[in-house]
Write a new protein. Structure first.
Length: 706
């Protein structure tokens, strides 16, 4: 144990690192219970309609096939709050890819062969799966995700915009995007008498247990849900997905343990996606660069299964001082797979549009884009009027500019060229709200001088165990090596999920409190501890969820340098640099990984990631990693993440803000702005693939004759 590891903030190594690199870390599909079977789903091949018959004879005749579940024979479940989980409960097909049967067999191969042999017939209805800005089915949503009001208005934005000295009125499009974690969604379930035990790849097992308890109409105490290790989620495992429900149903139906690992090909239509967002930004400013009007209109889609409204205009309520503003979310329910959470839902697409439009405004004003943002720094949160608990956006911009060498930039578009490459740089701001949820924890002092800390945190690859140990050791005043951590089981003290960048704050708070009271009790006693040790517990209900008089957000600034190949249209990112103000950084090593991971995902959003709804089929055309392009090593250049020490007493005992998502926010805008600087062309639709860029370059070189 190194001395530096004792300090909160130290770059402690991941506790489970050795298990992961040696392959001994167990994931949900790797619990090989005696008698275990495997399941394979059958997806609907039509976009809308009803199942009129399922012919299972050929499937059941396959060697090793044990059962085929359909809506006719599957266990009846109570209606879930999340209707995407109501699988095999009726004949309705709400979108292509919806599961209409499940084959259970002795091996995964037999299950797959069985699934291929199932014959499903349908009554097909016409479908509509293409989003447009003027879609007749779209309506202004009452609420956007996260409980935000769908629309807000301050002052008279239309008049202010119309009379502004400088105006930008632009549209930006972000396509559907998919989370595609390395580990696909996967669950192993078994019944032990009236107990249900599930290992699942999930961002929160307390939540999964409660959902299963509701659907299977049984007390939560009879269910154990375990997620020891999770190979990423990025939001798509934030709420339980159909795999866990189907595995539990199949285990009940067959009386055997069942593992269901969703094939990657089936993920895009059943585990959620970032909904496409069509943006219109209207920015009006005086010649001094001060915004007078800010209007952000977002149009998005949802499925027929549930209303999901990507809250993409919400960051416009936080970022800049504008006396007249309006934000609106419109949503069109279509015959498409259900969207869901994806890293920085709302902020990631919303800040792409807003920060690109700000760059356009800087261009119209002839003002440096860093200075434009500084000039529009608000004194209080624009929408709520609340004071910020802390806000160091300007410091992030200044520090980023210094580190990046921004002052050496020639602001003229298309001013940098080496051979066939155009070179450009761009900047964009980032923000992400501070979220925290009530959680509980137990801390126990043992007679051998060690400590056991229990909290149902979920480590989705972030290093949750490690940072929780640092928080505990810091509160106890001991070396982290003396603290053992147990996370990842719903049998542990209840804790909230790993989502909304809220995990460390939500889990660390009760861990801190339990450890502080344990330390007090230890200080007040003498003599050896009893064999079972002594324990302290803490619960942050009523505190973690209390309303704050402060607006609490993390902020950041992203800088990018790109080259644009004039021959191929290929954009490559040479440098990415982020500077963040996110409260106290609790582990410098794992925090850096979170930041650069988010930035890398933002690079993918900017350049390659693109899910397209295939209109005749009503489902995504890209259903594997050969067609949905996430950045590979060669795509990811020098990525630097830095932070500003921020001392914010209005957060939680550790003084931390969430860091899992802010790295993706604004990154695509910084890259897009750099592409504009390189080329002099404004591309307003992601991703910036070579075909689109080349088309733009060719049109720019030789404008079409009029
Ligand atoms: Mo994140 S999309 O809140 O898991």
């Amino acid at each position: 144990m190194t001395g530096t590891e004792t300090a909160l903030g130290a770059p402690a190594e991941r506790r489970e690192g050795r298990e992961k690199v040696t392959g001994t870390a167990r994931y949900a599909a790797e619990y090989d219970r005696p008698g275990r079977t495997h399941a394979w789903p059958v997806p609907a091949t039509v976009a809308r309609g009803r199942v009129t018959g399922v012919d299972t004879a050929a499937a059941l005749a396959q060697p090793g096939v044990l059962a085929v579940l359909t809506h006719e024979n599957a266990p009846r479940l109570a209606e879930p709050d999340d209707a995407t989980l109501a699988v095999l409960q009726d004949a309705k097909v709400p979108h292509r890819g919806w599961f209409v049967a499940l084959v259970v067999a002795e091996t995964p191969e037999a299950a797959r062969a069985g699934a291929t042999a199932v014959r499903v017939s349908y009554d097909v209805e016409p479908h509509d799966s293409v989003l447009r800005r003027d879609h007749p089915a779209s309506y202004a949503a009452e609420q956007a995700n996260g409980g935000h009001p769908g629309s807000t208005e301050h002052g008279d934005p239309d008049t202010a915009f119309a009379s502004a000295e400088v105006r930008v009125d632009v549209e930006y499009d972000v396509p559907p995007l998919h989370n595609h974690p390395m580990e696909p969604h996967s669950s192993t379930a078994r019944w032990d008498g009236d107990r249900l035990i599930v290992e699942t790849s999930s961002q929160g097992t307390s939540t999964a247990r409660d959902v299963l308890a509701g659907m299977f109409a049984m007390p939560a105490e009879r269910i154990t849900v375990v997620a020891e290790h999770v190979g990423g989620g990025f939001g798509s495992k934030g709420t339980p997905r159909p795999d866990v429900v189907l595995a539990a149903m199949a285990a009940r139906h067959t009386g055997r343990p069942v593992t269901l690992t969703l094939p990657r090909r089936l993920l895009p239509s059943v585990v959620g996606h970032r909904a496409p967002t069509l943006h219109r930004l209207r920015l009006g400013a005086g010649a001094d660069g001060r915004l007078t009007a800010l209007v952000h209109d977002v149009t998005t889609h949802t499925s027929r299964v549930k209303e999901f409204v990507e809250q993409a205009a919400v960051p416009a309520r936080v970022m800049y001082a504008a006396p007249h503003s309006r934000t609106v979310h419109r949503v069109a329910p279509l015959d498409v797979p259900s969207p869901s959470w994806m890293r920085a839902p709302g902020e990631a697409p919303g800040m792409y549009a807003l920060e690109s439009a700000m760059d356009e405004l800087a261009g119209e004003l002839g003002m440096d884009p860093v200075e434009l943002r500084v000039r529009n720094e608000p004194e209080t949160e624009p929408d709520s009027g609340k004071p910020f608990s802390s806000r160091h956006l300007v410091e992030c911009l200044r520090e980023g500019a210094r580190r990046f060498g921004w002052s050496r930039r020639d602001p003229r578009p298309r001013s940098g060229r080496t051979g066939p490459l155009l070179v450009g740089t761009g900047v964009a701001a980032a923000t992400y709200p501070v979220m925290v949820s009530p959680s509980t924890a137990a801390a126990r002092a043992l007679p051998d001088g060690t400590f056991l800390v229990q909290v149902n945190a979920t480590d989705i690859g972030t290093g949750a165990r490690t940072v929780v140990a640092q928080i505990a050791a810091d509160a106890l005043g001991v070396e982290p090596g003396r603290v053992r951590i147990e996370v990842g089981s719903s049998d542990l003290p209840y804790a909230s999920l790993a989502g909304g960048s809220s995990g460390t704050a939500s889990w660390g708070w009760p861990v801190h409190d339990a450890c502080v009271s344990l330390a007090e009790r230890l200080a007040g006693r003498s003599g050896p501890l009893p064999e079972q040790g002594i324990e302290a517990r803490a619960d942050t209900a009523g505190r973690a969820d209390a309303d704050s008089p402060y607006a609490r957000h993390a902020f950041g600034a992203h800088f990018a340098e790109v080259t644009v190949d004039t021959v191929s249209g290929e954009v490559r990112v040479r440098r990415l640099l982020g500077v963040y103000a996110a409260g106290r950084i609790l582990n410098a090593r794992t925090a850096r990984s979170q930041f650069i991971g988010g930035m890398t995902m933002g690079l993918g959003m900017a350049l390659t990631e693109d899910s397209t709804v295939d209109a005749p089929f009503g489902d995504f055309a890209e259903s594997d990693l050969a067609s949905y392009h996430v950045p590979a090593h060669a795509d990811v250049p020098s990525v630097e993440a830095h932070w500003i020490e921020e001392d914010d007493p209005h957060l939680n005992p550790m003084g931390s803000k969430g860091i899992g998502e802010i790295g993706i926010v604004g990154t695509a805008a910084a890259i897009g702005n750099a592409v504009h600087h390189a080329t002099g062309i404004r591309f307003r639709r992601l991703p910036l693939t070579p075909d689109r860029v080349l088309t733009g370059l060719l049109a720019h070189e030789s404008p079409a004759p009029v």
